[in-house]
Structures are given as C-alpha cells and as structure tokens.
Design a protein around this ligand. Structure first.
Ligand code: 4GX
Length: 241
C-alpha cells in the first residue's frame, strides 16, 4: 500500500529527487515464531485481536541500530492527538521519523510505553489499518520540505497556515451556464481582489468551521472588522430581520 505512495505524485517525485527518503518495513520480518504472528487475543476477553508488542519493539530496535535514533516514533491511532497543519510543519523539521502502523482492535499498550514517542490520529473516524494514516502523515509532512512543492508561495498561502478555510477559486471560462466568475476577480484591481478573497475566506470559515476562528491568531484589524460585520449579518439573518 505504502509503496503506491512512491509510484506517483509529488511525494514520489520528491523521493526520486532525494528530498526525502521513505523506507517500508514488514512487521512480520520482526517475528520469531513459525507463523510470523503479529496479533493475539486480548487479555480480558472481548472481540477482535490485538497487535503483539515484540515485533514493533524489535522493529524500532533494528531501526535504531541501522539508521540511528529516530527523532519521533509515531503510532497512528484513533486515540492519538489530531494531525493538524501545525503538527505537520513540526514533523517536517525532524530528520528521522518512524511511523508504526497497526491493524485490528489495537496495539498492545506497551508499544506506546516502550518505543512510541507520540500517537497521532488523522481524524475522528476509523479506518481498517494504520497504513493509510501513515501515508497521509508522510504526504502532509513531506510537502513542507523545501523543493517538494515547486512553488513555495503556494505552500505559504495554504489554508490553515492562517487558520482559515480557503477562498473560492476560479479559472476560465468566465461564464459557465449561468454561473459567472465574480466580477471583481476579472477587474485586475489587486487590492479589491485581496479584500474580496479575505472576506470570502472569513465568511466560509464562519459558516462551515466557526471553531477555527478561535484559533485565528494574527488576524489583522481589517480581518477582525470583516469578521464582526459577517457575524452581525449572520445574527440579523438568524433573527429573520
Ligand atoms: N488515525 N486506525 C490504527 C489499529 C489501532 C487501534 C488502536 C492503534 C491503536 C486511525 C486514525 C485509525 C484504525 C489505524 C485502527 N492502532 N489511525 N488501527 N483515524 O482509524 O490514525
């Protein structure tokens, strides 16, 4: 699965350009029994299986010996801290990161106690294994490495860099059926365009993800003013006035 990430796309290209290195290890190669088991029944009973601790611990020991001590050992898990833009930027500053992927109901708690330095979740839903979350982490972190995205300005202008959703984007044609591109974007007036985009981003964030606005530090006076106006409008609308 993870090798698919290395076949196509910007992360694959970055690996080819040696901007980052991704190495996949098979947990089963760190087992010692005839069946190469990585799971077992849970102590205390209940449904499903639990990932055994030893293969994870041996895998990390192997990496420490062969690749040096990692700066972070991350277990992907729904119990983890939510992956955010800020976390992705932080991890992009680390030299060597190990991602541990589990399946089944969970991973023996001692993996966390013994080798994992943190637990990360990609969102409040459950997927069938840690591989996709690990791929999401590699992608979200890798794009912050210098040279991975050709246009550094596009990474800088990302939504979430400023804790806001993005404004709507348009390209040609200017008229599609009866959907027209907002006039101001065709005007060439960059100051007006900037104001329109800021306003649109704030409106969208207020409508769809109001909880993000609490974290919009570094809002400038104009943004605060626009936000107050949008909130006033919203209150008026709700009141049916
Ligand atoms: N964000 N899963 C991990 C097995 C598991 C369960 C408990 C450790 C502890 C997920 C997520 C996620 C499903 C991957 C359960 N491992 N991982 N797997 N959401 O849903 O990261």
């Amino acid at each position: 699965m993870i090798e698919a990430l290395l076949l196509e796309g910007l992360i694959a290209r970055a690996v080819q350009k040696k901007l980052l290195d991704v190495v996949v290890h098979d947990l089963r190669s760190f087992t010692t029994d005839r069946h190469r088991s990585v799971d077992d029944i849970p102590y205390g009973g209940g449904p499903g299986m639990v990932m055994k601790p030893e293969p994870f611990i041996r895998a990390v020991q192997h990496l420490r010996r062969h690749r040096g001590s990692p700066d972070a050992v991350i277990l992907t898990s729904p119990q983890g801290k939510l992956l955010t833009h800020k976390e992705a930027v932080r991890l992009s500053g680390l030299e060597h990161v190990v991602l541990l992927c589990g399946r089944y109901e969970g991973v023996d708690e001692r993996v966390y106690e013994e080798v994992a330095t943190e637990e990360l979740s990609i969102g409040d839903y459950v997927v069938t294994g840690g591989e996709l979350p690990a791929m999401v982490i590699v992608d979200a972190v890798g794009r912050h490495l210098p040279g991975v995205i050709g246009d550094a300005a596009s990474v800088e202008s990302d939504s979430f860099v400023r804790s806001l959703l993005d404004w709507p984007h348009y390209t040609r044609p200017a008229k599609l059926g009866n959907h027209e591109v907002p006039e101001v974007l065709l005007s060439g007036n960059h100051l007006e365009i900037q104001r329109w985009r800021k306003r649109a981003a704030l409106r969208r964030t207020l409508q769809r993800r109001p909880e993000l606005l609490g974290g919009a530090q570094g809002m400038d006076d104009e943004e605060r003013e626009v936000l107050q106006e949008l909130q006033r409008n919203e209150e008026v609308r709700k009141a049916g006035a």
